[in-house]
Design a protein around this ligand. Structure first.
Ligand code: HEM
Ligand SMILES: N[C@@H](CC(=O)c1ccccc1NC=O)C(=O)O
Length: 277
């Protein structure tokens, strides 16, 4: 057959003893991992929505970790690229809500009971992202007490500076007085807001040309948080649309808990500085 009639001509068709697409991607593992507990039509959507979100979160964690070490090594350009990718991952996650939103309360209630007390509240990758970024609420470790390997992975993250801590250490290396932050050795808990850090960002935003790399880093962080906030907002709106004001399966008040979480700031001084410019 001539190529015009058979566009697949030349394609490898024989995979005995050769690595194929499915082998490389371990598709049998990935595609065998959907096990609905009910006969409800929409449960597959629910599972795939969460599994794909967790895959994208895995990539976000990989990128944030590398960005943290690049900043630690004063290698800002690769860090910028990685942070841009993290923002794009969140954009992807944000768009994915549109698929889940096609599920109505009538459809969700058909299988909600099967979920027991499981909830996204127990997503350890989501907590890893929060902890890596700098939102370190130790109470969030509790649901993982029964899984020592998960707990110790989260504790490892808490033992080192977060993305924002590294940005602040970078400010200090560049001659800014960051006050108490300069003496910090314990990274485990929440960091208090700091006037000197705010003042440093103020100087940077007032003279971008003089501090371009720090200015660019600040904007990458704000961009990341902007997309992260949109994720939270999409979540709470989808949740209200689907379960109204019911309590969450995870035991929280549900929508009012999620609304409260909208107020959490990853990089607080970077938002405060805007009022002062
Ligand atoms: C029908 C769709 C969904 C509903 C009704 C829902 C509902 C809830 C509720 C009520 C909570 C509060 C915790 C609780 O008491 O359960 C929660 C937390 C959470 N959900 Fe969902 N959710 C949905 C979809 C998703 C999806 C697709 C993800 C993506 C992975 C997700 C991730 C999370 C995370 C990470 C939390 C913890 C948030 C925090 O503590 O700040 N949820 N969800
Ligand atoms: N918290 C949800 C249940 C839920 O959404 C969920 C359950 C198991 C696995 C992931 C979930 N997604 C996000 O919270 C609810 O209260 O209906």
């Amino acid at each position: 057959m001539a190529e015009a009639e058979n566009p697949a001509q030349g394609a490898q068709m024989e995979f005995r003893g050769r690595m194929s697409y499915g082998d490389y991607l371990h598709l049998e593992k990935v595609l065998d991992a959907q096990e609905p507990l009910s006969t409800a039509h929409d449960e597959l959507l629910f599972i795939i929505q969460h599994q794909t979100s967790e895959l994208w979160m895995k990539l976000a964690i990989h990128e944030i970790r590398s960005a943290i070490s690049a900043i630690r090594g004063d290698d800002l350009r690769p860090a910028f690229k990685m942070l841009t990718r993290v923002a794009r991952i969140f954009e992807q996650l944000n768009n994915a809500w549109d698929v889940l939103r096609t599920m109505t309360p009538s459809e969700y209630t058909q299988f909600r009971g099967a979920l027991g007390q499981s909830s996204g509240f127990q997503s350890y990758q989501y907590r890893a992202i929060e902890f890596l970024a700098g939102n370190r609420n130790l109470a969030m470790l509790k649901p993982h007490a029964h899984r020592p390997e998960i707990l110790s992975a989260l504790e490892d993250i808490l033992a080192s500076p977060s993305l924002y801590d590294e940005a602040i250490r970078l400010l200090a290396r560049n001659g800014f007085d960051v006050g108490a932050e300069a003496e910090r050795t314990d990274w485990r808990g929440a960091r208090p807001e700091n006037e000197q850090v705010l003042a440093a960002w103020r100087d940077i935003y007032r003279e971008p040309g003089r501090y371009w790399a720090l200015y660019e880093l600040a904007e990458k962080l704000v961009d990341f948080e902007d997309y992260f906030r949109r994720w939270r907002f999409n979540h709470v709106t989808t949740v209200e649309r689907i379960i109204g004001l019911k309590r969450g399966t995870g035991g929280t008040s549900g929508v009012s808990y999620l609304r409260k979480m909208l107020e959490v700031e990853l990089f607080p001084e970077l938002w405060k500085v805007r009022t002062e410019l």
